[in-house]
Design a protein around this ligand. Sequence first.
Ligand code: PEP
Length: 254
Amino acid sequence: MARKKLIAGNWKMNGLLADGTTLAKGIAEEVKKIGKPQCEFLVCPPFTLLSAVKKALRGAKVALGAQDCSSEDKGAHTGDVSPVMLKDCGCQYVILGHSERRADHKESSELVNKKAQAAHKHDLKTIICVGETLEEREAGKALEICTTQVIDSVPDTSTWQNTVIAYEPVWAIGTGKIPTTKDVEEIHAAIRKTLSKKLGKGNANKMRILYGGSVKPNNAKELLSLEDVDGALIGGASLKVEDFLGIAKNAGVC
Ligand code: PEP
């Protein structure tokens, strides 16, 4: 069975009610024009926009996701948002372990693992991010870092249906730099091999592995046609309707 490509937008900490709603409506309109897209579209706005974006996407084949969740269901955790709350808002997905959370909030792979278990318990699909820093790549440790992060961050509750992996080299995020296609192929293949050992061949072969880091309409075809690349996690370019849709169109996946 072929893996359905996933085109996912991570809006990060961008958007107020007015422009976030306009962006979501614009994406919804364009996706409706496609009719029955061959790929899956997903947008992950900030928590504050989830309900408004859900409304704006009505009738369009675009899934809704959040950018993080708590490992707890409810209670005394000021500022946190639980998987149950995300489900209640209409989310199907949650991004976990993004490098910005690993760096800004000192999130460990062990915490990401706990959060993913909590999300799975409530039927939320997880996009678990891994990736090396520039320092780690230059030290020849990229492969080791990414596979270790997969081993530690992906819980035993993961299956190909409820988990997506995103390989995002930290140095490629928001910089306009991308790895060579050979490097992307090497890491994606190593991630799949690691998943196979951890979750079995059946899960590993069907689980989607996205590439993320400066994906734009002009490099989408090259990146998304690689053997083990099953879609893209897109930051900056997901904030413009024409760029977000342009990535899927230029890559020929929708
Ligand atoms: C991201 O933050 O997940 C990302 C890939 O950002 P950008 O596309 O802007 O590099």
